[in-house]
Write a protein that binds this ligand. Structure first.
Ligand code: ZN
Ligand code: ZN
Ligand code: ZN
Length: 327
């Protein structure tokens, strides 16, 4: 994938200019500046996004009386976060992103959700599963078996899967709807990453198929800490954002698999956040069988089945589909 031996990914990202990165933090370490960003956001009209807000109007919204101080702080933001236009000031994209982060996360009290059963069977034992929320992450766990991954300090027992869910995502969703929302977002993030673009920073993505060379097929393997022997890691080369997914689930994004289902009248699509539709898609993924063909180089074959018909999809070490066979 895209690798530049001359510069680290971080250097490449900031163009070797570390000052720009440290400036961003300095700018934000001040309440007035954050208040200015929030006031600009408040005034931001998404229908007329090019309309600026005047200096005096902005100062009034922030509520600062000292004009000199206010001007000083505003000037610190102009450039990277704020744009000066004819009729005043506007939030630049970087400024909007920052405010969104504040609104989606810190601005809202972190919701809590203890282990709550949902109507989705465990893909490994068919038993009762549950969802729980911790550190802005929605976990899906099995209450009857070890799940797909060994529990660690970070991960709860019975861990099956997890996905990012901002506190704003809670709304009045039921536990089932939360699971669907998190999974739906996970699908989208994964699709973007699969296409080689980081869903967090737009940076280039590396795909790697990991295969356990000494896998114990009976429950969570002691060597790799997973129930499945193969896992695809989708990692950003710039911001360290990464996703992990099983090959059997990733192949649902492949056109040959979509076509296989389409020709047989099986609905693989889903409406965002719709519990029944997400559950149907999840069931298709967990029904697929994945088999390690070779550990070195890593090769995995996923078999997709429908009423006696079979499609076999082979993935290589870069998680690229290198063979598709219909039987
Ligand atoms: Zn289970
Ligand atoms: Zn293993
Ligand atoms: Zn990234």
């Amino acid at each position: 994938m895209s690798e530049n031996p001359a510069a680290s990914p971080l250097e490449a990202a900031v163009g070797g200019d570390m000052e720009r990165a440290t400036d961003a933090f300095a700018v934000l370490s001040n309440e007035t500046r954050l208040a200015i960003l929030l006031a600009l956001w408040d005034a931001h009209d998404s229908v007329n996004p090019e309309d600026g807000i005047s200096f005096s109007d902005l100062r009034e919204r922030v509520g600062t009386t000292d004009s000199g101080q206010f001007n000083y702080h505003l000037e610190q933001l102009v450039g990277q976060f704020v744009r000066k236009v004819d009729d005043g000031y506007l939030l630049r994209r970087a400024g909007q992103k920052l405010v969104r982060t504040v609104i989606a996360g810190a601005g809202i009290e972190e919701p809590t959700l203890e282990r709550t059963p949902i109507d989705v069977p465990c893909p490994y034992c068919g038993g009762q599963t549950a969802v729980l929320y911790d550190d802005e992450w929605l976990y899906h766990v099995c209450t009857e078996c070890e799940g797909g991954f060994a529990g660690t300090n970070e991960q709860p027992d019975g861990y099956l899967s997890g996905a990012a869910l901002d506190p704003a995502g809670f709304g009045d969703r039921s536990p089932e709807e939360l699971w669907a929302a998190a999974l739906s977002r996970g699908y989208q993030d994964m699709k973007t990453m699969l296409e080689g673009v980081c869903n967090e920073c737009s940076g280039p993505v590396n795909l790697r198929l990991k295969v356990c060379e000494d896998h114990d097929e009976d429950g969570v393997c002691e060597t790799c800490g997973r129930t499945p022997a193969a896992l695809v890691i989708l990692g950003c080369t710039v911001c360290k954002n990464y996703h992990a997914s099983s090959p059997r689930s990733l192949v649902l994004h492949h056109p040959a698999v979509v076509a296989f289902y389409y020709e047989r009248g099986v609905e693989v699509g889903y409406s965002h956040g719709e519990f029944e539709q997400i559950r149907r898609r999840d069931r298709l993924a967990t029904r697929n069988e994945q088999r390690v063909v070779s550990a070195d180089p890593p090769r995995v074959e996923v078999t997709v089945r429908h009423e006696g018909d079979e499609l076999r999809v082979t993935m290589d070490e870069d998680a690229e589909v290198v063979a598709v066979e219909e039987h």
